[in-house]
Design a protein around this ligand. Sequence first.
Ligand code: DC
Length: 214
Amino acid sequence: MIITIDGPAGSGKSTVARLLARQLGLRFLDTGAMYRAVALAVLRSSIDQQDPGAVATIAAGCQIRFEGDRLLLNQQDVSTDIRLPEVAVAASIVASNPAVRECLVQQQQQIGEPGGLVTEGRDQGTVVFPHARYKFFLTASLDARTRRRLAELESKSQPGTWDDIREQIRQRDERDEQRTLAPMKPAADAVIVDTSELDIDEVVQLLSRTVQSH
Ligand code: DC
């Protein structure tokens, strides 16, 4: 069984997907982390992130592996570095590169091959697993997502202002929604869940009930 959870930054999909996978005894895949790993490799190189050929070459040389909650890029643990704000922006930019998407989509489909997976991202229900058994698309208002991101930064003692964070999320949404290749959008058969007024447990229970009632 494959369950896809797509949605914009800050919609809660990562935390929800992880908890839902644990509750149902399935594996969990964070595909955003894979785009972030490629973006980190691009940022660490001297190439221009807008140069499609150079970015494709870097992506081809990226060996990405999950080990529990850790992500290894060419054998190096980059789990913390990929969460930096500049990596999020670069991930959204390199994600419009066709060669990057082709390479990562192939790896994601391989990971999903044996089934038993909850996978989250932007295109999991539309492109990567169009035949997934259950598809969800989580949304939340821009204000709710800004509030969550600020709380997350505060908990890590990292700086951030309301206006900056809100604008960063808005720009990333716009880029992810407007790219021509695999834009962020709900699959036609996805259940759309607005999480603005719900806490994480409520969302997990809602998804879990939907899956178990079938
Ligand atoms: O979910 P995230 O914030 O970690 O994702 C980082 C960026 O990667 C996001 O802005 C767009 C891109 N992405 C994508 O294009 N397709 C996916 N399946 C997952 C992420």
